[in-house]
Design a protein around this ligand. Structure first.
Ligand code: GLU
Length: 406
């Protein structure tokens, strides 16, 4: 099954459970989906064509919101699934947005910095008609970050002959971004883990985590886990994984990655597959989709799977994990820290008042833990599997907004 088929089936189940199955027809497809094909001038003067997408899944709760990914694997169905997840995510985090997502089919490592800049500008130009600070507000996603967002904001503002910082979020602090945004996705997930530790009366020092990934979302999660005393015993990137049963050092990993461009083996070398099957308290997939699937779900040995990546677990794997009593904290809840601080950034851009990092992170912690408690209470009172509980909460809020608006 594709990610989109999985997302739709999960949504259908949730709508049935809340007695709103009639809304499935209205929510299974995005409200609007565009494909764009645009030229970019390469450094050698040649013009090359690129394909991109933007999917606006549902805007009942507010403007569309969601990132833009640059990846060779970007395709129509993936972008549609990701936009559906954004609708649920914003509803679960209770921030006033609908769901959207975009992407360009490109391997950014093939591009020079100036080619990436022209690609970013031309992509935003080609979707400019359908985005806007009250329509659809993009942000970073896989392989995009602050610099891409500031190029895109600059391009959109130039075309409109005025500065419109609120059209896009995840910008660098020096270009109208919010303090705390860079750490937000990883920190948000660990704030949820902190709530679990408190609820279960556990000692952080006795716990271990394995993190698949060491990018924009994963690295801050490793930093925060170390801060609270949890041993991060493994991290990885596309080049492989490193393991140390005594716990890896965040600063050593960062230093080495910034020197080499990829993670260094500061422990014992293991594969990405082995990382996923480690006996840890928290397994945190924070890289790509579909990594926990029917082939390895039986071997997942963690007590909790905390999903920082979007869509790391397939529907087939969910069935196996549920049967094996692995507790899943789904992506639409666990990784909502990024979009939550995107919302704070948008509020700051529109009010012109900028907050300090302490205030941003305090608000994020309150929001992430509040959303987790709402999820936990429903899951536990009705004996639900994590993904079902999260989808039910998100779907209910979307349906309520659709009903209220008629
Ligand atoms: N791409 C991130 C996500 O999947 C952030 C989206 C945003 O900040 O709008 O949640």
């Amino acid at each position: 099954m594709t990610e989109l088929e999985d997302a739709r089936e999960n949504l259908k189940d949730a709508l049935e459970k809340i007695g709103e199955e009639d809304f499935f027809e209205r929510l299974k497809n995005p409200q609007r989906f565009v494909e764009v094909n645009f030229p970019v001038e390469m450094d050698d003067g040649e013009k090359k064509m690129f394909k991109g997408f933007r999917s606006q899944h549902n805007t009942s709760r507010g403007p569309g919101k969601g990132g833009i990914r640059f990846s060779e694997d970007v395709n129509e169905d993936e972008v549609k699934a990701l936009s559906l997840w954004m609708s649920l995510k914003c509803a679960i985090a209770d921030i006033p947005y609908g769901g959207a997502k975009g992407g360009v089919v490109v391997d950014p490592s093939d591009l020079s910095e100036s080619e990436e800049e022209r690609l970013s500008r031309n992509y935003i130009d080609s979707i400019a008609e359908i985005i806007g600070e009250n329509r659809d507000v993009p942000a970073p996603d896989m392989n995009t970050g602050g610099k891409h967002m500031s190029w895109m904001m600059d391009e959109y503002s130039e075309d409109n002959r005025e500065l419109i910082p609120g059209v896009i979020t995840g910008k660098p602090v020096e270009a109208f971004g919010s303090k705390g945004r860079a750490d937000a996705t990883g920190f948000g997930a660990v704030y949820v883990i902190e709530q679990i530790i408190e609820d279960e009366g556990l000692e952080a020092e006795d716990l271990t985590a394995a993190v698949q990934g060491f990018g924009n979302a994963a690295a801050p999660a490793v930093k925060r886990l170390e801060e609270i005393g949890v041993d991060v015993v493994a991290v990885s990137d596309a080049s492989g994984a490193t393991y140390d049963s005594e716990g890896l050092s965040y600063s050593e990993l960062v230093d080495c990655k910034s020197r080499r461009g990829e993670i260094c083996n500061t422990g014992e070398e293991i594969s990405n597959e082995e990382l996923l099957e480690l006996e840890v308290d928290f397994l945190i997939p924070a890289a790509i989709g579909g990594v926990i699937n029917e082939d390895n779900a039986e071997n997942i040995s963690a007590d909790y799977v905390v999903e920082i990546a979007n869509g790391p677990t397939t529907r087939e794997a969910d069935e196996i994990l549920e049967e094996r009593d692995v507790t899943v904290i789904p992506d639409v809840l666990a990784n909502s820290g990024g979009v939550t601080v995107s919302y704070y950034e948008w509020v700051q851009n529109r009010s012109g008042e900028y907050w300090d990092e302490e205030k941003v992170l305090e608000k994020l912690k309150e929001n992430s833990q509040g959303a987790y408690r709402e999820f936990r209470d429903l899951r536990d009172s009705e004996g639900l599997y994590g993904r079902d509980a999260a989808y039910m909460i998100g779907a209910e809020k979307i349906v309520k907004a659709m009903k209220a608006r008629g």
